[in-house]
Ligand binder design. Sequence first.
Ligand code: PGA
Length: 251
Amino acid sequence: MRKQLICANWKMNHTLQDGIEFFEKIKSSDIENSKADAIVFPSFTLIQPLAKLAAEVGITIGGQNINENENGAFTGEISASMLTSCGASSVIIGHSERRDIYGESDDLISKKIIAALKSNLKVILCVGEHIETREDSKTADFVRDQLTICLAPISDKTMENITIAYEPIWAIGTGLASSKEDAEEIMAFIRNWLADRFNADIAEKTRILYGGSVKPGNMAGYAEMENIDGALVGGASLDAESFLGIINAID
Ligand code: PGA
């Protein structure tokens, strides 16, 4: 049985003070009895100061990106070992904003996954299609190609450290969430792909998250679907009450 996982992707939002207030609010709630695991992905600068506060409420902290190299002359970049040394235990790789705004390719993403795993970071690998691809009925092919390249170097053993987030790009930050049935269809396709590429056991154990305009009001619908194991949440994760509303929607 896969436990649901809620990931809060804060993107480039929240100062240190905002982050501390967020966790103070969470602390005064009853999150510890939650049926879901939770990870918050703040900006790099907040990882160390928030890791301890998060641990007190059973939440772990992750980074939103890493560089594929271990170290060196890469001004402005952050390595996987830098994240672990500050208390991060996971990292988002291949978010559509990294792909679309910063030109990250599937090949680069696969290198970043290797770098993350080498430093013992768990990986949330994002895949998902633009609206044109969906309108052409090519979503499954598109996502399969992304997975094939991004996970090319991954062995059965290392796959246990990877979670897949299916995020249709047209649903991110738009309020136009995918219907739970449409999301389930492609996420079942992803699980079948995992069974073919790895094996049935890995397909059964791997968590697949939905992302794109998830809110307290629509989370329960996603969580009841067979192949949806949680959510990657942007906007609605910034406010503690709303984040808790999403977690508490799971029973
Ligand atoms: P959203 O973002 O929840 O604001 O749509 C999701 C994401 O980008 O991961």
